[in-house]
Design a binder for this molecule. Structure first.
Ligand code: HSE
Length: 421
């Protein structure tokens, strides 16, 4: 018999309890033992809940109950989740967490704490909602040298972008709908400004490259400054604008994580990931590419990942060492954004095509970059701006120089987005 507790009875926590009791028999078969939710911690009252007898407002009821061996943390935020999770691990209780902020900020410390107390800190639900990605990265793909990951890691922003593009819905209405569906964070700034995706790419980077990557080290830009015109021009050039979180290992061994609105060419499968779905593309030397796809947010999809960890923790008696990384006070292994290199989507004020071509030729000559392709301009027949993809990759630093060079030729750059090549 195994008892577990649930911390937080909000969207995810209530989903964990609901899915557990819906599939209890099947879950117990997988775990190899009978199971029960013994306690649910929440400060709020739920007088009409069928689980009201299990509810407590006192964390000690869980900490001091030796029959509770596993705890599902679904509270969100760093405190009090950090204090509670640490206290559980120190008592040898394994924890399954859906809390990406907690893992991104305190992951190395909590993993070390779990190892010191011979239990586990698992967090499959913290990245990609329902998508299995943490376990595949450190188990199934462990034989690979993984050098790049790129993905759509925030369901809310992907949902908003899809609603704006396909249904002509306003940004505010689409956000409201995402909140009603239980996709958005308590403070949706974390979604739309890219902080949520940043926390998730920190977790994947730390897991794959073995050192804790802190959110402050990651260049992060959200979707709030995107316009419908950006999206339409990108479409004319053959791509979809997505909030892409990525990390790449550079030749010198440093890594470059970032979160940015990015134009994804239609031949790349990530361009077709819509609605609340997330996807993660992993590049490794053995596998070449593998893509993981599924619902990135929502009550039961996230609960599915939390419960998967709970079942695994009930079956595991010892710490799983493949899912660990080292703390890293020195973040110099993270390269600055100026070094990130890709083709760029450039949106400019209208100008004569010859003038644009000439300004670009001069700029690329000044950078000693040979131009192999001709520049294709999109939007020449519209009233607003026009756009093009740079015919060769540029670092972000060079892209700033390009904007300055165009501006010197009285061509105003209205927006620049990287292209996912
Ligand atoms: N707010 C998050 C999202 C929830 O929209 O992806 C899942 O982590």
């Amino acid at each position: 018999m195994a008892n577990f507790a649930v911390l937080g009875f909000g969207v995810v926590g209530s989903g964990v309890v609901e899915l557990f009791y819906k599939n209890k028999k099947h879950i117990e078969e997988k775990a190899g033992t009978e199971m029960e939710v013994k306690k649910i911690l929440d400060l709020r009252d739920f007088p009409d809940s069928p689980y009201r007898d299990k509810l407590t407002t006192n964390m000690d009821d869980i900490l001091n109950d030796d029959s509770i061996t596993v705890v599902a943390e679904c509270m969100g935020g760093v405190e009090p989740a950090y204090t509670y999770v640490k206290a559980c691990l120190e008592r040898g209780k394994s924890v399954s967490s859906s809390n990406k902020e907690l893992v991104a900020k305190k992951g190395a410390e909590l993993l070390a704490c779990a190892a010191a107390h011979n239990c586990n800190f698992f967090f499959e639900a913290s990245v990609g909602g329902a998508i299995p990605i943490i376990r595949p990265l450190h188990k199934c793909l462990a034989a690979n040298d993984i050098h790049e990951i790129s993905g759509i890691l925030n369901g809310t922003t992907n949902f908003i972008l899809a609603k704006m593009i396909s249904d002509n819905m306003s940004f505010d209405d689409a956000l409201k709908l995402a909140q009603e569906n239980g996709y958005a964070e308590k403070d949706p700034t974390a979604d739309v400004e890219g902080f949520d995706a940043c926390r998730k790419i920190c977790i994947l980077s730390s897991l794959v490259f073995g050192k804790h990557v802190y959110p402050e080290s990651v260049y992060t830009k959200g979707i709030t400054s995107l316009t419908l015109e950006d999206v339409e021009l990108a479409k004319l050039l053959g791509g979809a604008v997505k909030l892409i979180a990525s990390v790449k290992r550079l030749e010198d061994g440093r890594i470059l994580p970032s979160v940015m609105p990015t134009v994804v060419p239609f031949h790349n499968m990530l361009s077709h990931v819509d609605d609340v779905f997330n996807a993660v593309m992993v590049n490794g030397d053995g596998i070449d590419k593998a893509m993981f796809y599924g619902r990135g947010a929502g009550k039961l999809p996230t609960a599915s990942a939390v419960l998967g960890d709970v079942i695994d923790e009930i079956k595991h008696e010892r710490t799983v060492f493949s899912q660990m990384w080292a703390d890293a006070a020195d973040q110099s292994f993270v390269a600055p954004i100026g070094e990130r290199s890709s083709r760029m989507f450039v949106k400019i004020s209208k100008a004569e095509p010859e003038k644009i071509t000439q300004a670009l030729s001069e700029f690329f000559r000044s950078q000693n970059i040979a131009l192999k392709a001709k520049v294709q301009l999109a939007g020449m027949h519209n009233d607003g701006c026009i756009a093009f993809f740079t015919p060769a990759p540029l670092t972000m630093h060079q892209a700033d120089q390009l904007a300055a060079a165009l501006s010197a030729d009285e061509i105003h750059v209205c927006a620049m987005l990287p292209v996912l090549d």
